[in-house]
Write a protein that binds this ligand. Structure first.
Ligand SMILES: Nc1nc2c(ncn2[C@@H]2O[C@H](COP(=O)(O)OP(=O)(O)OP(=O)(O)O)[C@@H](O)[C@H]2O)c(=O)[nH]1
Ligand SMILES: [Mg+2]
Length: 306
């Protein structure tokens, strides 16, 4: 990371995905301009209000996304920018442009390639609905449990990423799953995440997120992407289930056998469950090891390229 020390605003591109954010977009752009950031890319999802017009007036570069959804917009924006760092922020005025200095610090210090702004310690009343807050907590807990990474605000929309990272992430999800996917891609590729506390305010304008529909998709994504991150965990789970049932049947069969009753079929099933379970877990171990080595190799190759 020799290239990055104290980051000059010219080394940063601010990416703002928008869909009908005429009430918020102006102040977000102004906020960054006041701080000296001039590379501002608004990637718009075919807003039907004055969003694009306002963004252009304020001097941002405005691009219409080619597909649909926030995820697709962010992926497209990553292809278009090339500064050492990209910052992503929502266009609805819920985040404070001034917090960008906090967001950049871990990158400047060389301790992370992906910094996420944690909204949960300091948010304005009404910024989260109760459902959103509960949903958030559940997803974060699920994520920590499954991935073993200490993330407390997985779904935040305010992030900073280094070029190495934003150029190498593969984003396949098109909607609000993008935050989850970015985080999984980061750890799966061996990059480091840091979390900094930021402010969070009530949104300007109407919501785009549907808590139930999008919540369901986000939850599914967390589970689905485990395959990409560490497929062995699935094998442990299946192996564990096999062993558990094997054990239950086994105890029963043996117990009955002592009472002079034989259950031949169940005895066979028990053996299959136990042997199968052990095999799943053993393969899981091998896969975990392979995965670790692959991550190290990818990291090493990247460092060599620098
Ligand atoms: N380009 C593009 N941007 C989108 C799309 N959907 C949402 N956005 C933008 O992505 C950002 C985050 O979306 P929000 O609707 O604020 O989602 P959220 O912050 O999780 O939910 P709220 O609590 O309702 O604000 C906003 O700036 C949206 O305008 C889309 O389909 N295309
Ligand atoms: Mg928002």
């Amino acid at each position: 990371m020799g290239e990055i020390e104290k980051l000059d605003p010219s080394k940063v591109t601010v990416i703002i995905p928008t869909l009908n954010e005429e009430d918020g977009i102006g102040e977000v752009i102004d906020g960054f301009k006041e701080l000296g950031y001039t590379n501002i890319l608004v990637i718009d999802g075919h807003s039907t209000d004055r969003t694009r017009e306002i963004a252009k007036e304020k001097g941002a570069r405005v691009v219409l996304q080619s597909g649909k959804g926030k995820g697709q917009a962010v992926a497209e924006a990553f292809k278009m920018v090339n500064t050492p760092v990209a910052v992503i922020i929502d266009g609805d005025g819920t985040y404070d442009p001034k917090d960008v200095t906090k967001l950049l610090q871990p990158i400047e210090r060389g301790i992370a390639e992906h910094v996420i702004g944690n909204r949960l310690s300091n948010f304005e009343k009404g910024a989260f609905t109760r459902l959103n807050l509960i949903g958030n907590k559940i997803f974060n807990a699920l994520f920590r449990f499954m991935y073993g990474v200490e993330v407390h605000d997985l779904l935040t929309g305010y992030r900073a990423l280094t070029r190495d990272l934003y150029k190498s992430v593969e984003l396949e999800k098109h909607g609000f799953e993008v935050e989850t996917e970015l985080t999984v891609e980061t750890i799966a590729k061996g990059f480091r995440i840091a979390e900094v506390p930021i402010n969070y305010y009530r949104r300007k304008g109407k919501a785009n997120l549907h808590p139930i529909k999008d919540g369901w998709r986000i939850g599914k994504t967390i589970i689905e992407l485990l395959v990409r991150y560490n497929p062995a965990k699935y094998l442990y789970f299946i192996g564990g289930l096999f062993l558990l049932f094997g054990l239950i049947f086994g105890v029963y069969v043996v117990h009955e056998w002592f009472n002079h009753v034989s259950h031949n079929l169940l005895a066979i099933v028990t053996s299959i469950l136990v042997l199968g379970g052990i095999q799943f877990i053993a393969i899981g171990f091998v896969m975990t090891y392979m995965f670790k080595v692959m991550t190290e190799i990818k990291k090493g190759l990247r460092e060599m390229k620098e």
